[in-house]
Design a protein around this ligand. Structure first.
Ligand code: GDG
Length: 457
């Protein structure tokens, strides 16, 4: 079996004990690496200041080599905070208003990809299979090919790919499309994202979809398709069962005093629709006065990308909004919204999902959204909660038992919360079991196997 080489912006490096990393994606990729042996390469998350970084930091664990590089301050600014997070992220999430395009940052993005390729190429063996992850590294195949690398290279985009009218507002859209065409397989979260990609190539007259589904563009023929990412469903369900006994979860249960719990869990990011969600909750409470003091909405929102100005501003906006709603609706013995601006431990999170009658997952746009899947997996089969899910999350293509909402329609979302709170047990069970069955089949392991099978075929 060929070795596997995974490249991603950040690498979940195991700790000294070799303990498995927390997230399902990291677990699945590490399992695939363990089976085949190989390398996981990426940025260390550290800066080397003004100096070019010294050699890679190499950590060996069994048959897996973790290879990490630092980046200069300028590289971090231009490649990561700049082009990746202030151009590609907003555009791929349909936020043209937030994209700040600067030529300097674009060239930093391509420069860092060239640098990654130069560091990776000498480590490669001729039949290694290379799997590149996410929007930070789109041009990596182009740079590897320029160094004579002939290996199979696959790419998976974790975030949405918008239609041509949105994507092509980016001045370097052609380089980005060309960069994707250099891979042997390009994977997306949903059929919609893949259709946007293929449609964009065709519409702009820079590519074609062949009868067998393959694509041809910029002189290359390659495969593309939807590979919806999953979670470790059974493991997460077992985890949530045990977590119900966790001391913190017991404390949380006692503190909600028999009220219905509504939970939201999202990195602090404008794509997650937090302000619209708080508006919807407020509307739900004001439209249903009998719910006063009967519900608690817990929003867990770890900070992310605080160096990007939009994120810093958002931190204030969301905190102020939650405070205003609590001030307006709360009473001496009831705080309607509990807003936590930091990360909670994974077992606690699993236990809180299970405790919650409603999982509120209403991003304005999301590649997949693993929180939606984790919430479903964590439920008690005898008394499952209800998932209220944005139709603009990739997960909505799969989780048909959810109450689908348009997050921009505040009244509609508020009505869906009310419907979820009042849903009879039979309907809850029926909706949940269909989703759980699906998640048991479409695991993260399956996602990994399907992608690698198609890449190597
Ligand atoms: C990107 C795409 C796509 C969150 N808060 C805490 C915590 N989390 C964990 C969740 C979940 C993960 O972080 C978030 O994953 P999502 O999929 O919901 O969202 P992104 O971070 O935006 O991920 C997305 C994903 O890539 C995978 O392809 O689905 O569309 O945007 O696992 O549980 N974990 C802990 N404490 C927290 O407070 N322990």
């Amino acid at each position: 079996m060929s070795r596997l080489v995974v490249v991603s912006n950040r690498v979940p490096v195991p700790d000294k004990s070799g303990a498995a990393p927390a997230g399902g994606l990291a677990v699945a990729l590490q399992a695939a690496l363990k089976e085949r042996g190989g390398i996981w390469m990426g940025w260390s998350g550290k800066s080397s200041g003004e100096e070019e970084p010294a050699d890679l930091t190499i950590l060996e664990q069994g048959n897996i080599t973790f290879a990490l590089t630092d980046l200069t301050d300028r590289d971090v600014d231009e490649y990561y905070h700049g082009f990746a997070n202030r151009v590609l992220w907003p555009i791929c999430h349909y936020r043209l208003d937030l994209a700040e395009y600067a030529r300097k940052e674009m060239s930093g993005y391509f420069r860092v990809n060239r640098f990654f390729a130069a560091k990776l190429a000498p480590m490669l063996e001729p039949d290694d299979i290379i799997w590149v992850h996410d929007y930070h590294l789109i041009p990596l195949a182009t740079e590897l090919r320029a160094l004579g690398v002939k290996n199979k290279i696959g790419f998976f985009l974790h975030i949405p790919l918008p239609p041509a009218d949105v994507l092509f507002t980016m001045p370097v859209h052609e380089e980005i499309m060309k960069g994707l065409a250099e891979y042997d397989l390009v994977g997306f979260q949903t059929d919609h994202d893949f259709a946007n990609f293929a449609g964009g190539l065709v519409r702009e007259g820079i590519g074609e979809q062949l009868a067998d589904g393959r694509l041809t563009s910029f002189g290359r023929t390659f495969k593309g398709g939807a590979y919806p990412i999953g979670i470790e469903t059974e493991a997460f369900a077992a985890y949530a069962r045990r977590a119900a006994k966790h001391a913190m979860v017991a404390k949380a249960r006692a503190s909600i005093e028999g009220r219905n719990l509504i939970i939201g869990v999202d990195r602090l990011d404008y794509s997650k629709g937090l302000t619209q969600r708080i508006d919807a909750f407020e509307k739900f409470v004001t439209a249903n006065p009998e719910q006063h003091n009967k519900v608690t909405y817990l929003q867990v929102t770890p900070k992310s990308r605080s160096e990007v100005p939009e994120y810093e501003a958002m931190q204030r906006t969301v905190a102020e909004q939650a405070g205003r709603v609590n001030g307006a609706l709360g009473t001496v013995d009831w705080v309607p919204i509990r807003y936590i601006n930091r990360s909670v431990a994974r077992p606690v999170l699993a236990g809180l999902y299970r405790l919650a009658r409603v999982g509120l997952v209403t991003p304005l746009r999301d590649g997949m959204n693993l929180v939606a899947k984790e919430y479903v997996a964590a439920q008690d089969p005898d008394d499952p909660g209800v998932l209220v899910l944005s139709r603009f999350a990739g997960a909505a293509r799969e989780l048909k038992g959810a109450l689908l909402v348009n997050p921009y329609d505040i009244e509609g979302a508020a009505n869906a919360i009310a419907r979820a709170i009042h849903m009879p047990l039979d309907e809850r069970k029926q909706r949940w079991s269909g989703m759980m069955e699906h998640l048991k089949k479409q695991t993260v392991q399956r996602w990994c196997d399907d992608f690698l099978r198609d890449l190597t075929a």
